[in-house]
Design a protein around this ligand. Structure first.
Ligand SMILES: Cc1cc2nc3c(=O)[nH]c(=O)nc-3n(C[C@H](O)[C@H](O)[C@H](O)COP(=O)(O)OP(=O)(O)OC[C@H]3O[C@@H](n4cnc5c(N)ncnc54)[C@H](O)[C@@H]3O)c2cc1C
Length: 590
């Protein structure tokens, strides 16, 4: 750019797939698509990735395992990889390091271009198809335009809806319309609100707090939701209070800045109450961080070919086109938010939901804009269903599915709707990428299925090539090894093996989430069960050859490229991160 230019620069991109919004859903969708070979541009309006999970908001990622209350139900695939990376390099649970983990993953992803600080503000259409979108990058005062085959809106607020004419809904459906028993009788425009959290820490020495003069003052415990029991212990002081919530009775997009001002008054008032209004045993606690960017729960929801409802969730969502799953309860926040104290209502009601329940592919693309997809809190679900699907583990599960579907669309020149005719292919790609889909079995390559399988320790090795990649019920669907144990595939005739894929033990029965809730919540290091060192050998000319020793592993899903004609392949466990035994959930050759 010449230094003398007085015009704003314009930069154009050609992509297969363009994603707007780099929250967890958009980030994971972009990575999934790029890994499957699509040229992807991700346009994101913040300096850090992760949306509500980033250091700007610090909300912990929950999902179908409900903080491990439902064992073996956490989302694997790309989310598992991110969490394991974080455990490996973020032992102090620092949110800037978490930002780095997400940024590093995007940087390392071939085929992915990330435009940060770039807010999507425009779109051009060709009939009912999006031709291009444009964004304004504040840091460089540059307009970026992306032409692509498929677009995805993962902005949470569905910015592409008003820009493209895609149908959407805002507010709560009426019971008279959907038959949802927890919906209000008649439809209204209320949503769940937004929140500003805080983070405090026990510094070990007395800490004073003087609130700004504009902060609210709460002298009595009853001034706060849940009364005294709601804020009287330090467990939440590292994370803040989700019930500092406003916006449900305002416009949850256009009134955001007004809500931010009011939320900061409340957040600081709550902290002042804890520190200065009565004894809360908080003398040594001091504020470390305040959330100046409100975290949002609900705004525009797109209308897709299918709108998921309360009844679908309660019935377990056993769809033929299940491509993701949820399991959080229907956690329906009162639109009055913090103001519930005035009307005596609970801030949220947890309506029961089964875990898992399936989410259909038809909820992830637009009914009326031909090449528009979505994932995250803006998908095609009712307000009541959203109160469950909105948790980020579920948003990520949808993101990986949607990004993978986009690559099928690009590869075969299909619209997102037409990909629905190949949903089996989509499901199998997701399962092979270590996602879990309830009730959908994995179909393995003939090379894997037809080979003879042996274990050195006499335990049955067959579960490593059964149809499931995690424990289900009482069946672990795994082979268990000690150091030195091995499993071997022998082929009847020498065969070309492109790659060996392993699904290893990362303690699927425990909680790996990054969280500031309670001091010892979640795990803070690589699970002890995970193999640190293992070996892959190949059988050639009747003799075993050492092919690869993998050192310093901390991941669940590991691929080892072979690229040779061999008579057999062997996995040997050498060392774990501390446990005596380690399971193998999958051992596949192709
Ligand atoms: C206080 C609070 C507590 C919550 N608690 C939990 C919890 O404990 N666990 C849990 O899993 N979930 C929780 N949720 C819900 C969860 O955080 C959201 O539902 C989830 O973040 C939605 O994910 P997403 O990727 O769709 O959107 P987001 O996380 O909102 O990400 C969307 C991103 O798109 C960007 N964007 C928006 N517009 C544009 C544009 N025009 N151009 C480019 N980029 C744009 C935004 O900056 C944002 O970063 C909570 C939410 C709140 C507010």
């Amino acid at each position: 750019m010449p230094l003398s230019s007085n015009k704003f620069p314009r930069v154009a991109y050609e992509a297969d797939f363009c994603v707007v919004g780099g929250g967890m859903a958009g980030l994971v969708a972009s990575i999934a698509a790029a890994r499957h070979g699509a040229r992807v541009v991700l346009m994101h309006d913040r300096p850090v990735l992760g949306g509500n999970a980033s250091s700007e908001c610090r909300i912990h990622i929950c999902g179908a395992d409900r903080h491990n209350q439902i064992p073996n139900m956490r989302e694997t695939g790309i989310l598992e990889e991110i969490r394991l990376e974080n455990l490996h390099c973020n032992l102090n649970r620092n949110y800037s390091v978490w930002d780095m983990v997400l940024y590093d993953l995007a940087e390392r992803t071939v085929n992915l271009t990330v435009l940060l600080n770039c807010s999507c503000i425009d779109a051009t259409m060709d009939g009912d198809h999006i031709e291009s979108i444009s964004g304004w990058q504040t840091t460089s005062q540059t307009r970026h335009t992306v032409r692509a085959r498929i677009f995805a809106d993962c902005s949470g607020d569905s910015v592409l809806a008003p820009l493209t004419g895609a149908e959407y809904r805002m507010g709560r459906e009426g019971r008279d319309e959907t038959g949802e028993t927890v919906a209000p009788e008649k439809a209204d425009v209320a949503t769940m609100g937004m929140t500003c959290l805080f983070q405090a820490r026990d510094f070990g020495t007395p800490q004073t707090f003087k609130p700004p003069e504009w902060a609210n003052i709460y002298t009595r415990d009853e001034d706060l939701p849940y009364g005294a029991r709601g804020h009287n212990h330090g467990g939440w002081w590292g994370l803040g209070y989700w019930w500092v919530e406003l916006g449900g009775t305002y416009h949850s997009i256009h009134d955001t800045e007004r809500m931010r001002r009011d939320l900061l008054k409340i957040t600081l008032g709550v902290w002042d109450h804890i520190k200065n209004q009565g004894d809360h045993d908080a003398e040594n606690w001091g504020l470390e961080w305040l959330q100046f960017l409100p975290g949002k729960r609900e705004s525009r929801r797109y209308i897709g070919d299918y709108v998921l409802t309360q009844q679908d969730i309660e019935a377990g969502g056993n769809f033929t086109d299940t491509i993701a799953y949820g399991g959080w309860s229907m956690d329906d926040h009162h639109p009055a938010g913090f103001e519930v104290v005035r009307i005596g209502a609970p801030p949220t009601i947890y309506h029961p939901a089964p875990s898992p329940y399936g989410i259909p592919y038809r909820s992830l693309y637009s009914r009326n804009v031909g090449n528009l997809m979505f994932a995250g809190r803006n998908v095609s679900v009712t307000h009541t269903a959203l109160s469950s699907t909105r948790v980020m583990g579920t948003c990520i599960s949808m993101g990986q599915a949607m990004g993978t579907a986009a690559t099928i669309a690009v590869r075969h020149s299909l619209t997102p709707r037409e990909v629905g005719d190949r949903v089996n292919e989509l499901q199998q790609l997701l399962l092979l990428d270590d996602c879990y889909l309830p009730w959908i079995p994995l179909k393995l390559s003939p090379l894997t299925v037809d080979a003879r399988l042996q274990a050195s320790n006499g335990a049955d090795p067959e579960p490593v090539r059964d149809e499931w990649n995690r424990p289900i019920g009482n069946d672990p669907h795994a082979w268990t090894a000690r150091s030195g144990d091995s499993i071997t595939y022998l082929f009847d005739t020498p065969s070309y093996v492109a790659e060996v894929k392993l699904l290893l033990d990362t303690a699927i029965n425990r909680d790996l989430a990054l969280s500031l809730h309670y001091k010892d919540h979640g795990m803070i290091h690589t699970p002890r069960e995970t193999p640190r060192r293992f070996r892959i050998d190949v059988l050639k000319g009747g003799e075993w050859h050492k092919f690869r020793v993998v050192e310093g592993n901390y991941q669940r899903q590991v691929c080892v490229g072979i690229g040779e004609v061999v008579e057999g392949v062997r996995y040997t466990l050498n060392e774990t991160h501390g446990a005596e035994t380690s399971r193998v959930y999958g051992f596949y050759v192709r």
